[in-house]
Design a binder for this molecule. Structure first.
Ligand code: F6R
Length: 368
């Protein structure tokens, strides 16, 4: 049933264009207006929300970090992100006008489940973003947006992650539509950008050979760093997590702006550092990240730079350039995460590990 693949994970990586397309399917009309049928919260209830708290564990929490940037930008509703395992044991400030968004591929993660119970007990509304129909978390939630990724068998999440991010975009745009914080044509143009993502993901997958060769070249390294900024930061965290899980290596993701506050001290000659470069925009984000690459390269790091097509500003400081299709900054994570998944799977394979069933891990963490 692996359909000719060595690992389910590789099959699931390749299924991502379809999974993203399926998650978008039927969720907007021809004019680019969002339609969320399973949204059981009324427009009135959605208009009353004055705070959003996104919770999840592991990879799902990184999808939540991406959601924060998009939701606050599109809706102007304050949005926090917290690990479910922390939220459930604190005394969080939630009320009837708080929307708790619980992200879980399996819908059975113990910490996320206890966290939504904790939130509902205090009157908050809970919306689940989930991949598993009829699982416990959506059953105990007030509303649900299902990701239509299909079953995810490999322990390491891939299509689950991408579709969680897409579902968060749909939620953010839907809230913006209901609350009128974005004009209809702006929403429609973002929806058409979303529709181009499956093709973009396909293009990244098509260029996987380069990433696989790189993984084999770097298979004797024991430490890897990942830097990103804005929505590239959660992508850096996800790239590091994939490598820890699958290759059992030390890997860390940092917000690029934190370099000078500590992490730059660990840079030494030959250390592989992945950097996710945001698209050139009106802000200074892009040039800041380019100068970070320059700084670590000057200290001998081996820089592996993920950057969109046509952006040659990084070429003088990049040992390896991984090209990404052009996309809006907020949507770039869906593209940028993919080479990092492929890299981790290939490196783990080169090291002789079981990619689908890494040691010490379970697909669904139903105990604390
Ligand atoms: C990482 C991974 C885990 C899960 C986490 C949450 O590849 O698979 O970090 O993302 O255990 O699981 P769900 O989404 O099922 O709640």
């Amino acid at each position: 049933e692996k359909g000719g693949y060595d690992w389910f994970m590789l099959k699931e990586i390749d299924e991502q264009p379809r999974a993203v397309a399926d998650t978008l399917l039927g969720r907007h009309d021809a004019r680019g207006r969002l339609v969320l049928d399973e949204m059981r919260l009324s427009d009135g209830e959605l208009r009353d929300i004055d705070k959003i708290v996104v919770i999840g564990c592991g990879t799902a929490s990184y999808a939540g970090l991406v959601a924060k940037y998009a939701i606050e930008h599109w809706t102007r509703i304050p949005c926090e992100v917290e690990l479910a395992s922390e939220f459930r044991y604190r005394d969080p400030i939630v009320s009837r006008s708080t929307l708790v968004v619980a992200i879980s591929q399996s819908g059975e993660t113990a910490d996320t489940l206890q966290a939504i119970r904790h939130a509902r007990h205090q009157g908050a509304k809970v919306l689940a973003i989930c991949n598993t129909n009829g699982s416990t978390i959506p059953r105990e939630s007030d509303a649900v947006i299902y990701t239509h990724a299909g079953p995810e068998i490999a322990v390491a999440s891939t299509k689950g992650f991408l579709t969680q991010i897409v579902a968060c975009y749909l939620l953010g745009l839907y809230l913006a539509q209901v609350r009128g914080t974005k004009f209809g044509d702006e929403i429609a143009s973002t929806v058409s950008e979303l529709q181009r993502l499956p093709e973009g993901v396909q293009e990244v997958i098509g260029a996987a050979g380069q990433v696989r060769t790189l993984a084999r070249d770097l298979a004797d390294h024991r430490t890897f760093l990942f830097l990103g900024r804005h929505v590239g930061y959660p992508v850096a965290l996800e790239g590091a997590l994939k490598l820890k899980e699958l290759a059992y290596l030390h890997a860390e993701g940092f917000a690029a702006g934190e370099l000078k506050h500590g992490p730059i001290a660990v840079i030494e000659p030959g250390l592989p550092v992945f950097v996710i470069v945001p698209p050139r925009g009106r802000d200074q984000l892009h040039e800041k990240v380019v100068s970070n690459i320059q700084e670590i390269r000057a200290r001998g790091a081996r820089t592996i730079v993920l950057v969109e097509h046509g952006d040659d500003s990084v070429l003088p400081y990049a040992d390896e350039v991984i090209r990404l299709p052009k996309a809006m900054t907020l949507l770039q994570p869906v593209l940028a995460a993919v080479p990092l998944q492929i890299f981790a799977a290939e490196l783990a394979t080169a090291l002789g590990h079981d990619v689908d069933q890494p040691r010490n891990l379970a697909k669904s963490v139903t105990v604390e």
